[in-house]
Ligand binder design. Structure first.
Ligand code: E4P
Length: 236
């Protein structure tokens, strides 16, 4: 089944998704770190501690030496760090060099199947096609995911397709059906996935019916409370 990552640098959001039992990993980016403030290293160490899987952290340098320095430092912070490297010529070189050193990378900002093909050949562990970003300019983000899943499935089994820039719950279903190994989503979308208006109104209706049926028994909707009261009554 497709894995679900949370796209955030907010530790409270990560704790929430972990409590729901649906969290497989986390992706961050410099914009997400800017939103939470604080020292990136402290926040990152805490994120890595509470996440039950991989945590992608992006380099901000532009040249190969700078990206290598940052990547090595980030990878040393925690065993589950994956170094996120933007797709570019220098990015490919960085991915290849880090792969030689045994450091996992996530090639980010992939906007075509060919870019993903190159990143996979360079040795990236994760390929991040940006679905919503492509849809924004009238392209088909899900189709890039589908092409990449077909390409890596047979040729580079060590590489996984991580659908990123997910903008709505329907995207999640679509990328899963297109063969993505992972989708990374903000908590807002995870919440939308958990709800349906008919489910929510059904729960409310059941609660109303239960309360009406037990009106006057000195309780609201708690079944255990009713059972406890009844057993006390029987023992009296
Ligand atoms: C993924 O790793 C990125 O952090 C993220 O999905 C970016 O998406 P956005 O550009 O739609 O915010």
């Amino acid at each position: 089944m497709m894995k679900l990552f949370l796209d955030t640098a907010d530790v409270d959001e990560i704790r929430t998704a972990a409590r729901w039992g649906v969290l497989d990993g986390v992706t961050t980016n410099p914009t997400l770190f800017a939103k939470v403030g604080g020292s990136d290293d402290d926040v990152l160490t805490e994120i890595c501690r509470i996440t039950p899987g991989l945590v992608s952290v992006e380099v901000v340098a532009e040249d190969v030496d700078g990206m290598l320095r940052e990547g090595r430092r980030l990878a040393a912070l925690a065993p589950n760090v994956v170094v996120k490297v933007p797709m570019s010529e220098s990015g490919l070189e960085t991915i290849a060099r880090l792969a030689e050193e045994g450091i996992r990378t996530n090639c980010t900002l992939i906007c075509s199947a060919n870019q993903g093909l190159l990143a996979a050949k360079a040795g990236a562990s994760l390929l991040s096609p940006f679905v919503g970003l492509l849809d924004d300019i009238n392209e088909q983000g899900v189709e890039v995911v589908r092409d990449l899943a077909a390409l890596v499935g047979t040729n580079v089994p060590r590489t996984e397709v991580l659908a990123a820039s997910i903008r709505h719950p329907r995207h999640v279903t679509e990328v899963a059906l297109a063969g993505a190994h992972i989708a990374t989503v903000p908590l807002t979308i995870l919440r939308l996935m958990a709800h349906h208006p008919l489910t929510d109104s059904g729960i409310a209706q059941f609660r109303r019916d239960w309360s009406a049926a037990h009106a006057g028994q000195g309780h609201d909707t708690d079944r255990d409370e009713v059972t406890t009261r009844r057993s006390h009554h029987v023992g009296d």
